[in-house]
Design a protein around this ligand. Structure first.
Ligand code: SAM
Length: 267
């Protein structure tokens, strides 16, 4: 299947603005910091020396932060400006990293043999065929390797972003086979671009976990979290430098999840 041209155009346009946005801590990274958000940093565990593939790596900030934690990293994204920026950042920082410009559903054959396949915060929303995405992740792992996926929770994505303070209102499906076509959605990092169509996809937990199982992966951990690194709903409150959450008087709704799954070792 060809890549979605609306999504590719959107990412090509917003990426240069993301590099210089306050949302992405590019300058802190250039100064030598690890800018991977703390929830992911803690949960990803020991990665020193591991061959790690970052799917949908955007312009490489997280990929290169994972490299600063000792991983041998490869980032993959379909946006040429994102990959060009990632390569330039790696070179300027003196970090050895490979970046591949490709559709995540059609990676080159040598994208294989990884110890860890990693993706986070807004990867699967862009994918119509989640079974195919999981098959790519599984195929890229060596036997015994693991998938690490951290995402916004389907329960969060069902909520109306503009509901009045104190009200949680369901607006969107938990899961759907139809794309969610949006024109002129607010960019989470504040990029200022002309209204552009994007096609996203609601994936429920059954679809996400089922896709991992159908790809032959063994689920080893699944947890839910109470914070996300962007202001997903108008009424969210800033917790600290990295995260937004629901106000404390509202009932708990899982806002994020982390799925880890292993590719069984060869017998
Ligand atoms: C929300 S961003 C990922 C964010 C990442 N966690 C970060 O903040 O750096 C989504 C990424 O998916 C990429 N993407 C979307 N569809 C893709 C596809 N079919 N193949 C490869 N990359 C894709 C976009 O170019 C974008 O960089």
């Amino acid at each position: 299947m060809p890549v979605n041209p609306h999504n590719l155009a959107y990412w090509n346009e917003v990426t240069p603005q993301h590099v210089t946005s306050a949302f992405y801590r590019t300058e802190d990274f250039r100064r030598g910091e690890n800018v991977l958000d703390p929830v992911v940093r803690d949960a990803v565990g020991e990665i020193a020396g591991a061959r790690l593939l970052h799917l949908q790596c955007h312009f490489g900030l997280d990929t290169l932060s994972l490299a600063r934690m000792g991983a041998q990293v490869t980032g993959l994204d379909f946006s040429p400006p994102a990959i060009a920026q990632a390569r330039a950042l790696a070179e300027a920082a003196g970090i050895e990293a490979a970046f591949v410009c490709a559709d995540v559903l059609a990676p080159p054959a040598d994208v294989a043999g990884f110890d860890i396949v990693f993706a986070s915060w807004g990867a699967i929303w862009w994918i119509a065929d989640l079974d195919a995405w999981m098959r790519v992740a599984a195929a890229a792992l060596r036997p015994g390797g693991r998938l690490f996926l951290c995402e916004g929770h389907p329960a969060l994505l069902m909520l109306d972003q503009r509901a009045p303070a104190g009200v949680l209102q369901l607006r969107w499906p938990c899961d759907s086979d139809q794309p969610h076509i949006d024109v002129g959605a607010d960019d989470y990092a504040g990029a200022d671009i002309a209204p552009t169509r994007t096609d996203g996809h609601f994936h429920g937990l059954a679809r996400i976990l089922g896709a991992a199982l159908r790809a032959g992966l063994v689920i080893t951990d699944f947890r839910e979290g109470d914070r996300v690194p962007w202001k997903a709903l108008d009424q969210m409150v800033k917790l600290d430098r990295d995260y937004w959450a629901l106000p404390p008087d509202l009932p708990f709704v899982p806002l994020s999840f982390i799925l880890q799954a292993a590719k069984p070792a060869a017998r």
